[in-house]
Unconditional design. Sequence first.
Lengths: 185, 263
Amino acid sequence: MPRTEALSSTFEQVVLPHLDAAYNLARWLVRDPALAEDIAQDAMLRALQHFGGFRGDGAGADGGARAWLLRIVRNAAYDAARARGRVREVPLDPAGEDDAPGFDVPDPAPGPEAMTALRQDIARLDDAIAALPIELRECLILCEIEGLSYKEIARVTDAPIGTVMSRLWRARQALLRTQAAEAGR
Amino acid sequence: MSDPRCEEMRLRLQADLDGELSPAEAAPLAAHLAACDDCRETAAQLGALSARIRAEATRHAAPAALRARIAQAAAATAAPTLAPAPPPPSGWRRVLGGPRERRRLGAGFGVGFALAASLALAIILPGAGDLPGEVVASHIRALQPGHLMDVASSDRHTVKPWFDGRLDFAPPVKDFAAQGFPLLGGRLDYLDGRAVAALSYGRDKHVIDLYVWPQDKPAPAWSGTIKGYNVERWAQDGMVFWAVSDVEDEQLRRFVAMWRAGA
């Protein structure tokens, strides 16, 4: 269903407004700010290149542009991770020890003792989310932060809707368990 | 939640929370919730968790330098105003190289220009009292798509009245299309702690921004180069003028000379 106004819709109007979402997803997927910036840039340039093929007929007020772009971001992130041979889909340590050497990580992970103290901090929510396995984390971020529908998340993550729902459920249960552990500490 | 009904209801409950529940599914869920304390508790927990994530989880905003690079790449691919001869989009990634390489690329028009602009933006976001830096940063910001002009017109009789009521002074507006410096349009900008007029002129593929505002004590003429941008300042008729561009300084001086001579 090509829209008649498609000719006058530009990349700047349709895709560029979602740059923050693109960068945010990249950050949540890879955590390393420099790598996330590379991924977001790569994805935006891919999107620019393929913008002619974007039909703008998806669901949502933006014609599906956000989901379309985020799918590209996710693919770019997975490509980058594969290229580096550091696909750690299930990070064992939420403190971010998967940062490759040589990267400048401005917010280094606190030591174990500091972590214990910090876990009581409400702001540690970020860590709890970051500790989720990537396939749960991406569903949660896309749903809660980016506000995508189940259908859009399914498209972005290349998974059936039922799988998306079960991943969201598992992500939330894991976070609730972390919260309960924090509260009981 | 030992009741098998609860197992069945939990994804439905979550879908309700996420605004994905169909009306046909809503009624059985409501009935179950009315009867099941555990599921009501679960619903409350999920709702609170969702609210907490939405309120507290970090939303990482794209760095300004990244935004500037993407905007430049998009503008050069699509916008004839700024780049009449866009390279094919596939060229962009080739020129940009691997993402890591981009930081080493030097200046020049095209991608190099975009990169220089974006890098400069990161470096010279105005420090207090650094008016030349502020002017250049404003110029670089303006080069991003959609920022260059509030009123896009090559007709000075359109541009000049546009400023009426938007500024507390009437900026002079001149057009030098015949001399190869066509007026592209105007916009409001904010410099030196006040609203100022900004006029954009084209010169081949380049853009010259001219900032104008009244000044009681006429500043002496000044010129310099900041982060690869040539800057000229002069005073005329009780106003101060700042011209900024990446054109050759000889071209910019010509532009300034025409302005000062009137037209």
